[in-house]
Design a protein around this ligand. Structure first.
Ligand code: CTP
Ligand code: CA
Length: 239
């Protein structure tokens, strides 16, 4: 739940949050997916509704049970999307009326070039292995930034695995500069970090790399910190 002082601070604002992992079909029974549970995005949507916003949750694949809490919530509408392309279409439509858009979904960077209408069979494949051709998906966040309206706030997430001579924040700052979103929530992921975990740790930076906030805690705590940061940048811009 929101802290006392925060109750209702997003009232009157239209918020769109994407959550979960997209799934890119290979054939009717297989897909390329990722480990996103949707928990952080759903926590963001619930917390925004709690703080008074009118919320649309654009949900890609979200773990069973995680979405149930959101579906029953007044002030929150759920739109489903399967692939990155579907998510992009849904977000673009919802963003037209939105004051704040948060891209918490784990969007597939690539899709399968030729989706087979029939289940692929080994019988009709080369012996020993196959190659799948992949095509890069549109960057939804970059598109939102390009079409950002006056007064609209765009927020991205960056899941990074550090360890190649660069700190998490360095990588985050490069991504923030590249993406141009008003805020980027940078979090460390790894084999046992970030995804199925109930806890999360993020550093929230502006497009020019300034640290606006940081939070380690439950995904609810991180959600509250993110809305605090959003409110801060909106207030500083309104001056
Ligand atoms: N994102 C998006 N559309 C894509 C890929 C990512 O909107 N096709 C969004 C994610 O929802 C997230 C942000 O961009 O808010 C950063 O995603 P991330 O995967 O960290 O960045 P990429 O630019 O895809 O770079 P890379 O995966 O190579 O690190
Ligand atoms: Ca990516």
């Amino acid at each position: 739940a929101a802290a006392e002082g925060d109750a209702g601070d997003l009232r009157g604002l239209r918020v769109v949050v994407s959550a979960g992992g997209t799934r890119e079909p290979i054939d009717p029974v297989r897909y390329i997916g990722n480990r996103s549970s949707g928990r952080q995005g759903v926590a963001l949507a619930l917390s925004a509704a709690e703080r008074g916003a009118d919320v649309v949750l654009v949900a890609a694949h979200v773990d069973d049970g995680v979405l149930a809490a959101a579906s029953a919530r007044p002030g929150l509408r759920v739109v489903r999307a399967g692939t990155a392309a579907e998510l992009g279409t849904a977000i673009a439509a919802e963003a037209e009326r939105a004051d704040i858009v948060v891209m918490a979904a784990a969007v597939a960077d690539y899709r399968v070039a030729e989706v087979s209408p029939l289940k692929r069979a080994k019988e009709s494949a080369p012996v020993g292995g196959i190659t799948l051709d992949l095509i890069e998906n549109d960057d939804i966040l970059a598109g939102l930034v390009r079409s950002r309206r006056e007064g609209q706030t765009i927020v991205g997430f960056a899941a990074e695995t550090p360890g190649d001579g660069e700190t998490l924040l360095d990588r985050g700052r490069r991504k923030a500069a590249r993406k141009g979103a008003d805020l980027l929530a940078v979090n460390e992921v790894g084999w046992s970090k970030g995804f199925e975990a109930t806890d999360n740790a993020v550093t929230i930076i502006s497009a020019d790399g300034e640290v606006i906030g940081a939070r380690r805690g439950s995904k609810d705590d991180v959600a509250e910190a993110l809305w605090d940061a959003v409110r801060m940048v909106r207030e500083s811009r309104a001056k």
